[in-house]
Design a protein around this ligand. Structure first.
Ligand SMILES: Cc1ncc(COP(=O)(O)O)c(C=O)c1O
Ligand SMILES: N[C@@H](CCCC[NH3+])C(=O)O
Length: 443
């Protein structure tokens, strides 16, 4: 397994992250356990901020909290001078509870409810990213009802297809998100938006997809957005102050993934802004980005305990762990690939090829196919790397499995940031109507 951040194999042959031996973490917190390398998260945040500072442009780096949204993470984002992208009342609430400065929160989503809009306006949200015409009208109405003027960006689809999984590619015309530039709907949206009295149009937003390893998609998106912004300025005499280029910067999950350095993506974007806004003639717009995966993805590791195994001679050996698609749905959803190491015997010689199964009643609940490991035994620890993004945040209670705990590690210290769910949590929202209880009693 590739060792990310502070991960290393110690003298006892155990995986160590943030100076913490994972066998100790298992003893302290149990498994499955999400372990987050805090130093690596902070390093990634700083790489973005530094790269933007070097560009000389005005900027905001908004952490896309959908990747991993818990209060401790919101605190780190604030400490590292990030802004925050939220996409639901739940993410907004988490950020507010964590004391994140509300003016640096951007509210996304293609179907915000009126209650979510009200909550965000009451809190004093920094801006909304408006996705469609219905939302433009509704948001203007909600803002009017509160005598407020709210800042918005208009989400546009620049017609760029990112080379990534179909389900996580969003910049093309046929997408559920945003106003299309190519078919004229973005222009009409701008005309309408600037005429609505309770909206203040700050600028445009474009997000072309996720887990992208090249810069040309971003450069093309900048070009299309710049051409559009210049047209708006010329034809409507309206000047955007902000251009948000979304997230999508890729990370290395497995061999063959070839992400670029953060500074490389940022330089490509900021250079493209300088080039394509050359005809702008005034101060360049402020540039925002929204990285999620590339902030937390490789800083996360999931620790499992090995349970049963099933050897089908001549076919394959299944080894089951105490988690699976409930804590990491990505292999089942996107056929995502992961690497793993036998974390309590990482120096032992490789002896067998096994496939790692989860514990759900679902044949598709497989975490890794054909993984080479030392001879695996019941009770061993398996550490799957690069699970920091879209794992805890996409976890479910399928089969009424409890969500794991999350622990931050740094410099030999481990701090619980999310408790393991309890069995009481599992039934916590269940109600049994009286007539059914009565029937049960009558039986
Ligand atoms: C609008 C928007 N911004 C930012 C992100 C974060 O993307 P990533 O985690 O790939 O950086 C996403 C998710 O793809 C998104 O939909
Ligand atoms: N959830 C996805 C990415 C989509 C991000 C949101 N637009 C993943 O796990 O890769």
């Amino acid at each position: 397994m590739f060792l990310h951040g502070t991960s290393q194999i110690n003298a006892s042959g155990h995986l160590e992250i943030g100076g913490c031996d994972v066998t100790d973490l298992k003893a302290k917190f149990g498994t499955p356990l999400y372990i987050v390398d805090e130093e690596l998260v902070r390093k990634r945040c700083r790489q973005y901020v530094e790269a933007f500072k070097a560009s000389g442009l005005r900027f905001q780096v908004a952490y896309a909290s959908k990747a991993f949204c818990v209060m401790a993470m919101c605190r780190i984002a604030e400490e590292e001078d990030m802004s925050l992208d939220v996409v639901s009342d739940g993410e907004l609430y988490t950020a507010l509870q964590a004391g994140f400065p509300v003016k640096r929160i951007h509210f996304h989503g293609n179907n915000k409810t009126i209650e979510e809009m009200e909550m965000a306006i009451d809190a004093g949200i920094g801006c909304f990213v408006v996705d469609n015409l219905v939302e433009l009208h509704v948001l203007d109405g909600v803002a009017a009802s509160k005598n407020a003027t709210v800042n918005i960006l208009l989400r546009v689809t620049p017609g760029v297809e990112a080379h990534t999984h179909e389900y996580i590619s969003t910049g093309q015309t046929d997408s559920k998100f945003g106003f299309d530039i190519g078919n004229g709907s973005a222009f009409e949206a701008v005309k309408l938006a600037i005429s609505l009295s309770n909206l203040n149009v700050l600028g445009l937003h474009s997000h072309i997809g996720s887990q992208i390893f090249e810069v040309n998609g971003f450069e093309m998106a900048v070009q299309r957005v710049a051409e559009f912004a210049i047209r708006v300025k010329e034809e409507l005499n309206y000047r955007f102050q902000v251009v948000n280029l979304g997230g999508g910067f890729g990370i290395r999950y497995v061999d063959g993934d070839t992400p670029l350095e953060v500074s490389h993506y940022v330089k490509a974007i900021t250079d493209a802004v300088k080039t394509h806004f050359a005809a702008w003639g005034e101060e360049l717009p402020e540039i925002w980005v929204e990285p999620g995966r590339s902030i937390v993805g490789d800083a996360g590791t999931t620790l499992y305990t090995v349970g049963t195994s099933k050897d089908i001679p001549g076919v394959r050996k299944y080894v089951a762990v105490d988690g699976g698609m409930t804590d990491n749905p990505r292999p089942a959803l996107y056929e995502s690939k992961y690497e793993a190491v036998l974390a309590n015997r990482a120096k032992d010689a490789i002896e067998e090829t096994v496939s790692i199964a989860g514990k759900c009643c679902e044949s598709g609940d497989m975490l890794i196919w054909d993984l080479e490991l030392p001879k695996v035994q019941n009770g061993d620890l398996l550490a799957v790397s690069c699970t920091g993004a879209y794992n805890y945040s996409m976890a479910s209670n399928y089969n009424r499995i409890r969500r794991p705990a999350v622990v931050f590690v740094q410099q030999g210290e481990s701090d619980l940031v999310v408790r393991r769910e309890s069995l009481q949590n599992i039934v916590g929202n269940d109600l049994v109507p009286e007539r059914i209880s009565k029937q049960t009693i009558l039986k």
